[in-house]
Design a protein around this ligand. Sequence first.
Ligand SMILES: Cc1ncc(COP(=O)(O)O)c(C=O)c1O
Length: 394
Amino acid sequence: MKPRFAEFAGRIAHDAGGDPWALHWEARNAKARGEDVIVLSVGDPDLDTPPAVVDAAVAAMRGGDTHYTESAGRPALRAAVAALHTRRTGQAAGAENAIVLGGCQNGLFVSSMLLAGPGDEVIALDPMYATYPATIRASGATLVPVAAPAANGFHPDLAALEAAVTPRTRAIFLATPNNPTGVVFTEADVDGIAALARRHDLWVVSDEVYAGIADGGRVPSLAARLPEKVLTLGSLSKTHAMTGWRAGWIVGPADFIAHAEQLALNMLYGLPGFVQQAAQTALDIADEAETVVRAYCTARRERLYRALEGLPGVRAIWPDAGMFMLLDVRATGLTAGDFVRGLYQAERVSLLDGAAFGRATEGFVRACYAAEEPMLDDAARRIRRYCERLAPAR
Ligand SMILES: Cc1ncc(COP(=O)(O)O)c(C=O)c1O
């Protein structure tokens, strides 16, 4: 007999289209076996975690900081997260407004579970980070994707957003800077979204995991406009090259944070103390660390963009910030899925099909440019060779 699982297991399963990461894992495994493969399909900066952060973790471990910790994080770390939030957004916040969780992803899940449930609707701007559908559906709510369409430069379409709101809508999920588009929502975009959320009494979950690598280390802030209904999510993953440490947070109203603490108690039981000590150091040196990652990404954005100029049938789209660039492959006549599979087979370069992020990026593929320069150059040469071979067939 087939084992039975809770309905919840179905809600977090992959969509019928299968696992969009399958090709990425295949490429990663091939690379691990020593094969000549270039993996630009994941957003993990090719940089080391700052040594001071590693030292803090090692010292904490050696000092015996290996026991249970507070579920919401240590008060000093929560205060440091709140202080970073205030620097970035201008919004006043204290330790009671911050909870430390296992990465921004954990923050997304906690937000989803606490803001909506069966019978509710949650809007997410499409394209959306690939985990959003399952994360949102996990609560039992219905996901309502609303396009931030290519025709609008992947900025929100406020009229479409307004039209999608129903009496059942509870929240809007979005990411700025965006993954996969690299778009930073403008002051006008966030003004419009905040006004709409206020009118309809909606929560806004603003995923700002890449904010520290945007120009000046900040983006136009929703929280500053609607403090009582906006959750701002962040982490050290991208800004400090710390994806494996799983250190992230939510900043929001104190009553929300109290519920999040209760969920963290039952689900996570607190981040390891040595990770929290490392995170504290990471926040102490946030300005320097972010400057390093920002400079790294900015230089490589330019480099990859220039290297991909004039590709037959493929147009690179300049991102405002982050570590991703979209390539519009619609003029090749291939689906983006066929394009990435063909590229991998022919040239052993792994990119991600934009369809993994929603309908608005069908026909686009995503490249991560947070990689060493010789590897980026090599990838660009291979992509060009592939596109040139495709061209006569059209
Ligand atoms: C938009 C977005 N949100 C959240 C995450 C997850 O970040 P973290 O490592 O902090 O969980 C990512 C990772 O790629 C992302 O791109």
